[in-house]
Write a protein that binds this ligand. Structure first.
Ligand code: ZN
Ligand code: ZN
Length: 256
């Protein structure tokens, strides 16, 4: 619990709408090494093709980024809230790219959460594992030339796995969630959230069938990034790219 900052002002409120007034003057020392602090700015209804949710919009007062929580049921003060962290993927989520499985991951997670008594999907605005849209497309170009997803990121001077779950941890704290069941195949995500003081009661596997375009990418994540996936004769694959705050390495062969 030593990494958990002062969150005394993130007090319990009766409804999601009350979070806006509670957070109006919120400012804390922040979560993680980048001292991430977010506050709730707006809350609204969000009917979707996956179910009926409420959307909670957060402002990140360190770098100005905006993030949202898609909430189903009463998560305030909730125990064992089914939780999914999803990193923004413009090409996958919005354009239906088959180079990754982000859109399927998003849809399956929202469908699942809509069926739970209480659940939340944190939609984190960290495109391309935090390297940004342009660098993600640059990495795609390198992959077109034969590199795998890990080597392509390394070639651009980014580490494959430099993730920071501080934003997600603060968002859960802001929502006064007491404990979660995390929908993920990534064991590191559980460890990191626990380090930020989030009580993770259970890891729920999240598997989506591969397609012919992303199978290699997903196998790479399974074999090189330590995700829990079973390829034994089954087209089951890893999860989407998760939030990564990327730090350029010192021996970058390509300047992004
Ligand atoms: Zn804060
Ligand atoms: Zn994607």
């Amino acid at each position: 619990m030593s990494d958990v900052p002062c969150i005394k002002t993130l007090t319990a409120v009766p409804t999601l709408d009350d979070l806006v007034a509670r957070d109006r003057d919120h400012d804390c020392e922040g979560f993680g090494k980048h001292h991430i602090c977010v506050k709730v700015e707006a809350v609204a209804d969000l009917p979707t093709r996956f179910g009926h949710f409420r959307i909670v919009a957060f402002y990140n007062n360190r770098d100005g980024k905006e993030h949202v929580a898609i909430v189903h049921g009463d998560v305030l003060g909730g125990q064992e809230v089914v939780t999914r962290l999803h990193s923004e993927c413009l090409t996958g989520d919005a354009l239906g790219s088959l180079r990754c499985d982000c859109r399927d991951q998003l849809g399956v997670a929202l469908t699942r959460i809509a069926q739970e008594p209480c659940g939340v999907l944190l939609y984190l605005r960290q495109e391309g594992r935090g390297i940004g849209l342009l660098n993600k497309i640059r990495a795609y170009a390198l992959q077109d030339g034969g590199l795998d997803t890990v080597d392509a990121n390394l070639a651009l001077g980014f580490r494959d796995d430099e993730r920071d779950y501080a934003i997600a941890a603060h968002m859960l704290a802001s929502l006064t969630v007491k404990s979660i069941r995390l929908l993920t195949n990534n064991p590191r995500k559980v460890e990191e959230l626990v380090r930020y003081g989030i009580e993770v009661r259970e890891r729920l596997p999240h598997v989506i069938p591969a397609n012919e375009f992303n199978l290699f990418y997903l196998e790479t994540k399974a074999h090189r990034s330590g995700h829990f996936i079973d390829f034994e004769g089954k087209p089951h694959v890893a999860e989407q790219d998760e939030p990564i705050v990327v730090t350029p390495s010192t021996n970058s062969p390509v300047q992004p």
